[in-house]
Design a protein. Sequence first.
Length: 386
Amino acid sequence: MLVVIAIIGLLAGMLMPALSKAREAMRAAQCSHNLSNFGAMMRVRSSREPSGKFCSGAFDFQRDGVPTEIGWVADLVDDGSIMGQMRCPSNDSATSKAIESLLTAPISDFATTACIDRLGRTPYTSETGQVIENVARTIVTTGAGPGTPLRAEIIYRKMIDKGYNTNYAASWFLMRTEMLLDGAGNLRTQLPGCANVDIRGLNVTRGPLKASYLDSSQAPSSTIPFLMDVSPTGFLSETLGEGELNMIAGGSMYVPSIVGSPIGNARSIDTDLDGSPDAPNPFYLTTPVFPPSHPRSGPTGWLKTWSYDTRQDYRLMNPLHSGVANCLMADNSVQPLYDANGDGFINNGFEVNTAAGQLYWRDSTVEADSMRLASYYSLMSKGPSQ
């Protein structure tokens, strides 16, 4: 009998890893299927919108506005998707930063400013006499303060229970297209009275990607990321729901709304174009900023800096499927991006800095070059060959 038990235990031990791999393969396939469905719906939206935009914006209360009215999640819910039930099953993150922002924002943030409308559509009365108002206006009219049970109940009822939730993030290219630059190569604001220069915001970018822009891009559509698996960036401060199917516990992890934007990728730069780096990069892992009247051309001009010495910041892309990150591309393919060295990152062209607190990549091996993942500062850029 002991021999039989030992054999059974041995067989079970041999089967468990295989079963675990099979379950993860199923979760990865479900994740890929979700992304493919989202991409197909975005393409349909682009074809019917006069502007040709693939989405209305980011799922981001602070940057884009009321997330039940603006953003790719709201677009897909409006088109019939139950987004809250189409999260990546391999990602332990339960929600997005958009939800946490709504939970913690002071009531004064729920306003229309020169930069953004965080109140959204005005309430109206339906044919049955019911007053219809969005989550932001309900928070204001009820005086539901940040961190209160009433605020959490409103967000659950108006958002989570209706499917406005995700644990995927959108790319900067999909949400913002490209930067607006002035004559000195710095970010240029466009909204009157708005001084916000957040590179992931709307004031210094073109906004959501359009089909016409995509068609003229220098990057192949199979390399331009739309949506992706991402790492968590924080923890939910309140529980949403009480025992409901869609309940999200306080302390659950959340993901960012946008991943990407160009930052310095090289530790040293070539200032005379002789092929050899000769100076430290002042913009390593940061957004370049230039003095007023900085020249556009030349080996130290701002065009060379943006083209040669920056790459998209994909550090939050998460290879959570046994070392693979699923990424929906502009051609509606879902590309598996492989973390070859197992450091938890997809290196798209960054040199390693071994300084304390700045070690992200294990080495400088490029795991996703420009023919696999669009990484230059603009989709119109040819990068160092420009």
